[in-house]
Design a protein around this ligand. Structure first.
Ligand code: CTP
Length: 514
């Protein structure tokens, strides 16, 4: 199954009861040698365990690991301190006494040390009560068999794989399951339910039936996990190559309803008078997978996940028309801050970016179905600004029709929109457009304080430029301003001539550029 140099050895391992697997040639990082000699000298057997071993066996290469987890039969903190003392450079070491762990940062690599432990959990908390234990106790308390694989760093069997729970077989069979009875593993630490779904999504593995059932059974326990941890896992699922796998599993196990009810509500198809709408949950997942093929931008992926989030709220059956979701893009955009706040996602420009894309996601589609007028394209460029390319990517990902001809037609129309965008951009400077006459200018010229009239005149200038009624330049804007001002009973101040304000403008621009 693995396409790597370890394949033959893994097969041999399964064929022969005497064959042991030695992975010492892959322990290239200098830290392994240092730990090995300290383990021998101090009599504290040590092992590398967890993600490093799993990923080594999957990828077949042990180069440049980012995270190394070391388990020590003894004190993990003392081992970390001794390792630090053996290294010439001054490396940062963080000690977490309460957890009995220490983390040494060596260049890009984080090496985490922990003493082997037996753990038992209280019902209300993810914090375990810890007792010292053997390597096997420690492997037992880990989340999944594929994460419980360990490699010895001790003189008698350096490099040997220690796999008491069939983790290697499960890697080979691409299965996620737990070392202990799954209910116990998940009830102990419910975050593991999301970790399991994340690993299945990232690695393209399936979750063993009993393990999947246990997630369903213990789903309410997710309530004791902090929102930050939950969202961290959601982000990792969204960042995967095929995020739909994770969301389907979340839905299937009943976790989605608890952690993301708005998405759950998108599931299902309703039918009236033999007319049905599409399943918006499945459609959303298709869009998310489509966008994952095009971009690593996590927030663009979030926009794909949320683009139709208001469809359940806006759904209506209108006789003669069929199913409608009027204004779902605006209502969806309004829902974004609430969702981001609850999920403890950033409330800064990243949220605004997602909100903007959700709000605008129908605009290029509407454009592409209509005759593409210059003014509509100008407005789109103005409203989307620097996010226009991402918006077009989202809209192209939103085409999920099974009818090839329809897909082709849409893509062709989008191409026309894209060409029109290039043409208009070359002609007018609309992206990040600033009207040639500012609110300040209007106040000075008419000698009026900030007021509604200023806003009306400013807006009339902006609209006229976007509609292509006047060019995007000062002279034309000035003339329109006078006309709009006159309509409001305003006339220019004596002394505030066009030339003067122009001069002022040039002066201001020069200062800005300096
Ligand atoms: N672990 C666990 N239960 C958790 C978290 C971690 O049993 N809730 C154990 C697993 O053995 C895991 C190891 O601790 O392999 C290290 O955890 P972590 O660094 O979070 O994950 P990795 O498995 O290394 O994978 P990744 O870095 O890809 O998240």
């Amino acid at each position: 199954m693995f396409v790597n140099a370890l394949l033959l050895r893994i097969r041999l391992y399964f064929c022969s009861s005497k064959f042991t697997m030695n992975l010492s040639e892959h322990l290239n990082h200098k830290v392994f040698q240092i730990i090995a000699s300290l383990a021998a000298k101090e009599g504290t057997p040590s092992y590398v365990i967890g993600g490093f071993v799993r990923d080594l066996l999957i990828s077949g290469s042990g180069t440049a690991p980012m995270d190394i987890d070391i388990v020590v039969i003894g004190s993990g903190i003392e081992m970390a301190q001794k390792v630090k003392a053996c290294i010439d450079e001054e490396l940062p070491l963080s000690v977490f006494k309460n957890f009995g762990t220490a983390m040494l940062k060596w260049g890009d690599t984080e090496v985490e040390f922990v003493g082997a432990r037996k753990e038992s959990y209280r019902h209300s908390s993810r914090k375990p009560l810890v007792e010292n234990g053997t390597l096997e106790d420690d492997q037992n308390r880990r989340d999944f068999t594929i994460n419980a694989l360990a490699i010895s760093l001790n003189p008698s069997d350096y490099g040997e794989l220690l796999d008491p729970f069939g983790g290697l077989k499960h890697l080979e069979e691409r299965i996620i399951t737990t070392p202990l009875e799954p209910g116990l593993t998940f009830s102990d630490d419910p975050l593991r339910m999301l970790r399991g779904i994340r690993f299945a999504t990232r690695l393209g593995f399936s979750i063993e039936a009993g393990t999947l059932n246990a997630i369903h059974q213990h789903r309410q326990r997710i309530g004791i996990v902090s929102q930050e941890r939950i969202s961290d896992e959601l982000n990792k699922i969204i960042a995967s190559a095929k995020p739909s796998t994770g969301f389907l599993l979340l839905e299937q196990t009943g976790l989605l309803e608890i952690i993301f009810p708005e998405l759950q509500q998108m599931k299902g198809v309703e039918e009236v008078n033999a007319m049905h709408h599409k399943d918006n949950f499945l459609h959303t997942l298709e869009v998310l997978d489509n966008i994952a093929l095009k971009t690593d931008n996590l927030w663009l992926r979030w926009a794909a996940l949320l683009h139709d989030i208001a469809k359940p709220r806006t759904k209506k059956f209108e006789p003669g028309t069929g199913w409608t979701f009027h204004a779902h893009e605006f209502i969806g955009a309004k829902m974004i801050p609430g969702i981001f706040r609850r999920l403890k996602l950033p409330l800064n420009e990243k949220m605004k970016y997602v909100q903007k894309l959700v709000q605008l996601h129908l605009r290029p589609i509407v454009l592409s179905q209509d005759i593409v007028t210059d003014s509509a394209v100008r407005r789109l460029i103005f409203d989307a600004g620097d996010d226009l390319e991402d918006l077009m990517t989202l809209c192209e990902a939103d085409i999920t029709s099974k009818n090839e001809r329809t897909v082709k037609r849409h893509l062709k129309n989008f191409q026309i929109v894209r060409e029109k965008i290039i043409e208009i951009e070359a002609k007018d400077s609309i992206r990040n457009f600033q009207p040639p006459i500012s609110g300040d200018d209007i106040q000075k010229i008419f000698g009026i304080p900030p007021s509604r009239a200023v806003g009306i005149i400013k807006n009339a200038i902006k609209e006229a430029i976007l509609d292509g009624e006047i060019p995007n330049d000062y002279q034309a804007a000035y003339e329109l301003m006078l006309k709009e001002g006159a309509a409001q009973g305003l006339s220019p101040q004596k002394g505030a001539s066009k030339e003067e304000t122009r001069e002022e403008k040039t002066r201001e621009e020069k200062t800005k550029n300096d």
